[in-house]
Design a protein around this ligand. Structure first.
Ligand code: AMP
Ligand code: MN
Ligand code: MN
Ligand code: MN
Length: 283
């Protein structure tokens, strides 16, 4: 069993990279890829655990793109953590995130929820701030009773206090990932739009833009979604990956490896991914 998708406190998860490596082993995984949003900040501590655990530790990240008027997430799996150009590009993304964060603080103040940057900062153990830290800061000040309520009323995608980030195009994300030696993969396509969304044309478009794989196994898919995306990948000749999207205490009940209980990502997918990494379809 493999898990190609999870987060630490270097983005919006709650586990340290070292604990995640240990949890990967305890969960009986053969391989585990860390995919924090917009950063490889947790990777050195994660890889330093390799001699101490049997599970194979792999490098990745998760980027946000703009596609069909919505946010599409793209995983960069097996990127080279020593690639300086990629690191610079990630820094640029984190700069855009920080601009958004400052504008969101101003917006929330206008709406009558004046939290400060320092209060949001205090909710994170690492440099990257995401909306989960906003939610905790709003709860700490008593503006909402609990963090989930902040997403329902204030900072969820359709809420008045949400400010979107300036996002990449899928082709740009795919090129960045390819140029860093990784494989660009569409993350959780089942979460992109409603369940009625017909993916054939959209996924073929993403494939033309350089996306080489799709996440057909996912911690929160129903069996029918998994079958649908496995069949879609087979039709288009895209590589298949899968993961839990584990976030520690920020997604209660979602476990590394097994997700909500039914997830089992087959071991051979790592061979397929590494074959794809060597072949490359980026032109
Ligand atoms: P950001 O990257 O700062 O826009 O924050 C996105 C993160 O906020 C996601 O990865 C989730 O962890 C969290 N998030 C977004 N929407 C919701 C929601 N409706 N309920 C709970 N968490 C959410
Ligand atoms: Mn996340
Ligand atoms: Mn995602
Ligand atoms: Mn994720």
């Amino acid at each position: 069993m493999i898990d190609f998708h999870c987060h630490t406190l270097h983005s919006d998860g709650t586990d340290a990279p070292e604990s995640l490596a240990l949890l990967g082993e305890a969960s009986g995984l053969t391989a585990l890829c860390l995919t924090d949003h917009d950063t490889l900040g947790g990777i050195p501590d994660f890889l330093a655990m390799q001699p101490r655990v049997k599970v194979r530790l792999l490098v990745g990240t998760e980027l946000s793109c703009h596609f069909l008027g919505r946010s599409l997430h793209v995983l960069g799996l097996l990127v080279d953590p020593a690639d300086e150009r990629f690191q610079t590009r990630l820094e640029d993304l984190r700069g855009r995130r920080e601009d958004r964060n400052l504008r969101m603080i101003a917006r929330l103040a206008e709406l009558g929820y004046p939290i400060t940057y320092a209060e949001v900062r205090a909710q994170s153990d690492t440099p990257l701030l995401s909306r989960v830290h906003f939610a905790k800061a709003l709860a700490a000040r008593g503006f909402v009773r609990r963090a989930p309520e902040a997403f329902e009323r204030l900072i969820g995608d359709d809420c008045p206090g949400f400010v979107p980030r300036e996002e990449l195009s899928p082709s740009e994300a795919a090129r960045w990932i390819r140029e860093a030696g990784g494989v660009p993969v569409v993350a959780h396509p089942g979460r992109f739009a409603g369940s009625g969304f017909r993916w054939d044309d959209a996924m073929a478009d993403l494939q033309r833009q350089g996306l080489e794989g799709l996440e057909a196994y996912y911690g929160e898919y129903r069996p029918v979604e998994q079958r649908y995306f496995l069949a879609l990948a087979a039709r288009l000749g895209m590589v298949v990956t899968g993961g839990s999207d584990y976030h520690g205490a920020h997604k209660p009940g979602l476990r590394l490896g097994t997700g909500r209980g039914g997830l089992k990502v087959p071991d051979e997918l790592l061979d397929h991914l590494e074959t794809q990494q060597m072949r490359g379809s980026y032109r």
